[in-house]
Design a protein around this ligand. Sequence first.
Ligand code: NAG
Ligand code: NAG
Length: 991
Amino acid sequence: MERKGGRPLPIYDSPPAQVIAPTGGSNMASSKRKSDTLRLKALTLCAVVAAITLYASYVPLVSTSTRDRQSAQRLPLAAQDILRQCASRRAVPGPPADFRERERSDRFEPGTRPTLIKNATLWTGARNGSEIVYGDIFLDKGLVRGIGYIPEVLYADRETDVVDAHGGWVTPGIVDIHTHLGVISAPVTAGAFDFSSAHGPVVPWMRSIDGFNTHDDAIALAVAGGGQAFMVKLRKTSMRTPTSMLIEPPYTLNGSTPDPNLPARWRHLKYVVFYVLHPIFGTKIDHGWYRQACGESPRAYGNRMDTMWSFRSAYEEARKLRDAQDMFCARAEAGLWNEIQGQDYPEDLRWEALVDVLRGRVKVSTHCYEPVDLDGIVRLTQEFKFPIASFHHAHEAYLVPDVLKNTYGGIPTLALFADSSRFKREAYRGSKFAPRILADHGFPVAMKSDHPVLISRYLMFEAQQAHYHGLPPHLALAAVTSVPAAAAGLSHRIGILREGADADVVLWDSHPLQLGATPRKVWIDGILQVGNDTDHIVVGPGKTAAEWQDPPDVPDFTTEREADIKWDGLAPLTSNRTVAGRVAFQNVKEVFLRQSGDSAGLSHHQFDEAAMTHVIVDRGRVSCVGPVCEGEGRNAEVRIDLRGGTIAPGMIAYGSALGIEEIQAEPSTGDGTRYDPLASDVPKILGDVGAVVRVEDALIFQTRNALVAHRAGVTYATTSFVRSPVFLRDQFMGGLSATFRTGAPHALDRTAIIKPVTALHVSIGRAPPISFTPNAASLSTQIATLRHLLLDGEDTRTQTGDWFKKAAEGAIPLVVEVSSADIMATLIRLKSEVEEKRGTYMRMVFSRATEAHRIAEEIAHAKIGVILTPSRQFPWSWDDRRILAGPPLTNDTALAALIKHGVTVGLGTWEACHVPLTRFDVGWAILESNNWINKRQAYELVSTNLEKMLDLEGWIGDMGDLVAYEGGSALDFTSKPIAIVSPARQLVEIL
Ligand SMILES: *[C@@H]1O[C@H](CO)[C@@H](O)[C@H](O)[C@H]1NC(C)=O
Ligand SMILES: *[C@@H]1O[C@H](CO)[C@@H](O)[C@H](O)[C@H]1NC(C)=O
């Protein structure tokens, strides 16, 4: 897992039972650990090392020949076993030749009825993803048994479930090549957090199957996203065990003896990858799915040179072991038993997986970002002569394709995020166009979730973004199905629809590359997992128009793509040109404007005859909208054709560190560590026991994240100090947020800071599952502290006293980061207690607010606003566990439930690098709510509603920026922002 939080991770404080490091690396493991102060008491996996003892007993076999007594060979009793073992070294993994003729799947659950899906548009994955078959698909005995025309005789006399797809898209289930599902479980608890080892940068003996939690809530959610995770089929089996969820496990793992007549199976962990967590671990092996990390992740064990040495020394151990085996076998196979008398087949459980890597029998995946590391690993493959199945993350691979082409054994697959750049230094130069650039170079490109870094349920969104940024549709779909399946050596079974495969099958409500595409039905092993009609879940209303069944008509990004290559990923982000005079936008389809006046929302104008419609802007202000303005456009300084595009308000980012740090994982680019008054003493010189500090004092302008957000139509941000580390809780005091313009050059620019002190923030929740802060105050202590502060507890001459008094009086919004409905209920009671005792009215807002939907009515009644952060929910922690998952699992979403009860709702984002996706989050929210909200309401979620809750009304208002999108709607994949209209700056900025 690539952790994005800014804090160091917990480090085990108990010494590992046994530290096994490669030769020369034994001290690396402990050096950095000493410097980490955060500790975790947890059980660690012990590396139990044993030597395989074969047959030690040899008995002399006396030759019956009397003339050759001298050369009598002593044939060991186990000679047959030894010869078989030696022969198996040469076995090439792969399916048996007659695999496609099999009649039933090894995973078939007896009693499962056949299923016929009629009238489907079948994306099969064949022919590099370009094959589409219109017709039917027949599933029987856990297998795909027919595609296209299905003769009635196959199913007529049998009890068959028939589903009419009405021409809808059917694809294989999604294959996620990099996820921590089951080992970092949801909700996260200390008891099911089995992803880590403290045993060194190279631990090829570890098996993730030994930590797989079948109760992970994310499993059912992932199925609702369209399929199966890598190497585990995400169907709870009748046996209820992790082992029974594996697909095609090595014979030895499931207890069956290898059948000498069958080909070997790939030693890949048919299983979720269990893997490095920055910064503790360098390398893991999951039963043969060998993952090695380079670059920053293994630095807990030393620097980059140390990492490469630990790889080289480990491979050297493996090479020696392999050569010893080969020598032993050469003698056995030559019948020279005397020469190996008393010896066992050389074996070492620690290194046997790496020996298989050297024998080319393991799918190796490698986590690497930068040229220095990619180059180093490629050299390693040449030195030890082993192939690599896939490079993961690889944010800079697009800059060095020729290096990767030199990988021993052929070109690897690249498993990428659609973007997620800039969260760490190694990802800083990442490009949204990397999937397209690498595909142009002939690399197979896969998209992966790194769940829970991205939620694996939403893996298709990564493919959608890759497509938006230029990856052709057939390769975008292949990137989450056939390509990762092939990289895992499993394309005879999954990621592809063909006869004899046991691929999962998904019926979608639209083309899968459309934003918000949702599975109507999902089958695993022919068993319906999602979308039983008896559940009465409504999926995809309003998607009847034909265009929903095609991939979106995406903009052209050739210029931007070439710029990323030219500038090594750091293309300039400041605007090309500003226009102070008259600008005429032509061919505008939709316009959303902020209305003047208090508590006003947005107005929405839609024009049928887009070609005729003009929007005239004078000195950055809209002066005329509609077909009537054509005449006024004639004397414009600049005319811009929006080609049926949209003009909409600049959005507001809430909830990330946008504007107070450059790179999340690099503390030197941010504000630094804050004091936590509930965990440590504040220096007396501050004169303020609460240490209430201001974001205003820590703002950095022109970070790449802020400039990218600006160019993506998010022109404002309200940033507090509260971070939402995924399964944790931030410290109590979140300080005073500031609202600023994301495109501003510096704090002294006249229009840079919108409202220097916007709201007071606190974070309240149960103790985190993994104790990052060993002295974390209890929930009741936090509530008691808040009560004390709001009821006049501190001297108003201190910052803490002053700002909490203002919050109690409603002079500043109090934003509480909170997940659990029970805690929200306590806060509602506290609010009325304070208001009653002080005779005031508080402006309270809940952010994060995962479980708010459970008490929506009470929240509305208490006049509390809610900023759902992030917009799509996931059961991160115990406090977050009762989510509304939305279609196809529930009809309602949290957003829809809150709006139905009259709650004022906004949407937020955790990661600064995901802020540019805000408009897609908003568009998706409309679709997920089954069109229960309209576009105008959706824009309000990230503009005027946030302004209301954060008391920004009048601070932005009708001087607010507008963004012009060329091509189509701003809320889907058909447009891109090309200009920003800025009344406050009295100009139009051309992007
Ligand atoms: C398939 O479904 C589409 C859409 O409902 C329909 O127009 C078409 O007639 C159907 N074709 C067949 C062969 O049933
Ligand atoms: C749907 O669920 C009902 C009730 O549990 C069950 O009887 C039926 O077989 C299911 N249908 C399918 C197609 O699995």
